[in-house]
Structure formats: C-alpha cells, structure tokens
Design a protein. Structure first.
Length: 361
C-alpha cells in the first residue's frame, strides 16, 4: 500500500539553534514518509526565516494556528519541558497526533493527564525515547531474547550527566529548578534506565534511590555567574527486576576523568559490556563487547539489518520517526507512546519518593 506523506507541524523552530533544527528537521528531511508542512515560533520573523531555511510550507507565530491547520497531521513538541503540557493539550484538543520529546511533563500527574486525553481523542501519541531505536541497543535486546546471557543475574551501570557539573549553559538554567522536571534524574538518568529496561525486556518489581547534592553551586557559561545547584548531582539506584535480577546504577553530574558510561549485564551463560567515552546513552559512541562460557571478552559487531550506529543525534531520531511512520500508516506498534512515558514518569516518581527505601512499581 502507498500512503500520502504525514504532514508535520513543529512547534518552536529556530533557524540557528535548538533541538528541533539540530535533530528533528534533518531526520524528517531524510524520510519520504513525512512532509515538512508547518512550523511556529513566538516571533513571526523567526518562523519565516526557519521556514525558508528548512523548506517548510507554512510559518506561524501562534500555536493555536499550527495545531488547527488543515495541512498538519502530526504535531511535534520539542520545546522546554514546562511548556509541554499546554502545547500537547492544545494539539490533542485539535484532534492531532502528537510526538513530544521526553520528559512528557514536569511530573507524573502531567503525564497521566496528557495520556488520558490522548486516549479520549483516539489519536497517536508518541514520546521521544529515541534510544530505543538505536542499532546497538536493539541488537543487545535481540541477543538477550535469543538467550545470549541465559538468565539475567544483574546489571551494573555507571553514567555521567555531562551538565550539572562545574558549568551550565544559560539555556539550561531552568534545569536547576527541581519543580521543572528536567534535572539529571529526569533526563539523562531516565533515558538510560528506559534504555536498559528496553534491552532487558523487563520491568522493575521494586526500586529505591538516594539523591544527593554534593555541589552547592554551578557556574553559568559566558556570564560566569555562580548560582545555586538545587538538584541532585549524585544518584544511587537499586532495583529488583520482575525476574529477580538486580540492577545498580550510579549517575554523577558533569564528566569523569575515568569512566563516563559503563553498562555490564551478567547472566548464567554470558556477559555483555556496553561502554562510551561520552557519558550519556543518548549521545552514543558505543562499544559493545561480550563473552560466553570460556570465551575472552571480545567486540560484537552490529548486523547490517540493524542499521549503522553513526550520526547518533540525528540517527536515533530518524529511526524513531521511521517507527512512528509505520505505526501511523500501517497499524504497527513499534514506537514508544505516552503510555510508556507514564510508566517511566511513575518509575522516576517512585525513586524520588523512596528516600532509599524500596518501593514497589
């Protein structure tokens, strides 16, 4: 069957900066399943400049105009987390399908509200957990499904937040406010734990976490202003999988001079090791190694069918859009949804509320 391209409207596109222009627009331009139809920005001059640069058909300064435009099938929300609920709600009320970047909302209540509305409207509602589309992670998931590890005994993770260290860009100052839902716990840690559960094909039975703020201040790049660091820059997590396996994670703000990203999964038949010098699972740079029985740990190549693990920023987003296109035109269920977002928000909420005591999820 052939389908007309899905007409995309993106909220908040700047011609020179931002996640929309960096990742979403290049990804969509590569895919014939989509058409760049409309964009909006609070300044109409900026919207027109973006439309001309990227080849959008319509430029608007109003969100309401974009979500109600007849040439928009899918509304994409890539702006700051505090704006998600209002923009997503407007798109859903207009009866449009939505793709929102993660986090879906500032808290669990926001996410549940948006998910319920999407269900009432009967539209597609996808969340930007794009690491699930990464070729290395999908190959790991396949290996585990095929029994490479045998029974999973444990998984150990070290991660780095990159930001929330010594310096922070001005654009991310809002992530220092715990009420905004965009801290290290909510973004790089959440992406990492979601990817780990995706690879394992499991959920948690119980979780606990300890959140510590070791740095009291952080410096804003450019201005050199020193401001309070009011969110955790150290996260210690322990979880028991539904299968009984143990997961431990330590996330640190900033970058380490030693290990920045390390995932080791141990099983009764084998072991898998995923590393990266970058520190954050969403940025890639992966090296996958494994061993079974008496083998020495060795590199594992990614089969051609999973795609090349290159240009990670655009590549993961592009591959996720391919899954979204299949879901919207062919009725498959491959892309992460608002329902998945609620599950992840619920997990993060349980960690925040645990105070180091196990909570059931």
């Amino acid at each position: 069957m052939t389908h007309a391209p899905i007409r995309v409207g993106i909220i908040g596109v700047h011609p020179d900066r931002g996640w929309a222009s960096t990742a979403h627009v290049p990804a969509l331009r590569d895919l014939p399943q989509f058409r760049l139809s409309a964009l909006s920005h609070s300044r109409i001059e900026t919207a027109r400049a973006s439309a001309e640069k990227f080849g959008f058909e319509h430029a608007m300064s109003s969100t309401d105009e974009l979500v109600n435009h007849p040439d928009v099938d899918l509304v994409v929300v890539t702006v700051r987390v505090p704006e998600h609920r209002g923009l997503v709600t407007a798109a859903l009320q207009a009866g449009k399908s939505v793709f929102s970047e993660w986090p879906l909302g500032m808290n669990l209540r926001d996410a549940e509200t948006m998910n319920s509305l999407a269900g009432e409207k009967g539209v597609s509602a996808m969340i930007g957990l794009q690491t699930r589309a990464n070729p290395t992670l999908r190959h790991m998931r396949n290996l585990i499904k095929q029994g490479y590890l045998g029974e999973v005994l444990s998984a150990s993770v070290i991660g780095s937040g990159i930001t929330w260290g010594e310096e922070l860009e001005e654009a991310f100052r809002y992530t220092l406010d715990p009420s905004k839902g965009a801290s290290m716990l909510h973004v790089p840690f959440a992406h990492t734990i979601d990817a780990l559960l995706f690879v394992l094909g499991e959920d948690f039975h119980s979780v606990s976490g300890t959140l510590i703020r070791r740095r009291r201040t952080i410096r804003i790049m450019g201005s050199k202003e020193v401001v309070p660091l009011d969110v955790a820059d150290q996260i210690a997590f322990i979880g028991k999988l539904t299968s009984g396996g143990l997961v431990t994670i330590h996330f640190r703000g900033g970058l380490s001079r030693a290990t920045n990203f390390h995932v080791e999964i141990n099983g009764t038949k084998g072991d898998l090791l995923l590393t990266s010098p970058i520190g954050y699972i969403g940025l890639g740079g992966f090296k996958l190694m494994g061993a079974q029985a008496d083998e020495t740990l060795h590199p594992i190549a990614i089969p051609e069918g999973f795609g090349a693990d290159d240009d990670v920023l655009t590549g993961n987003v592009r591959r996720l859009y391919q899954l979204i296109a299949s879901d919207m035109t062919s009725g498959t269920s491959q892309s992460p949804t608002f329902g998945d977002a609620v599950k992840l928000h619920r997990l993060i909420d349980a960690i925040e509320q645990s105070g180091g005591v196990a909570r059931y999820v």
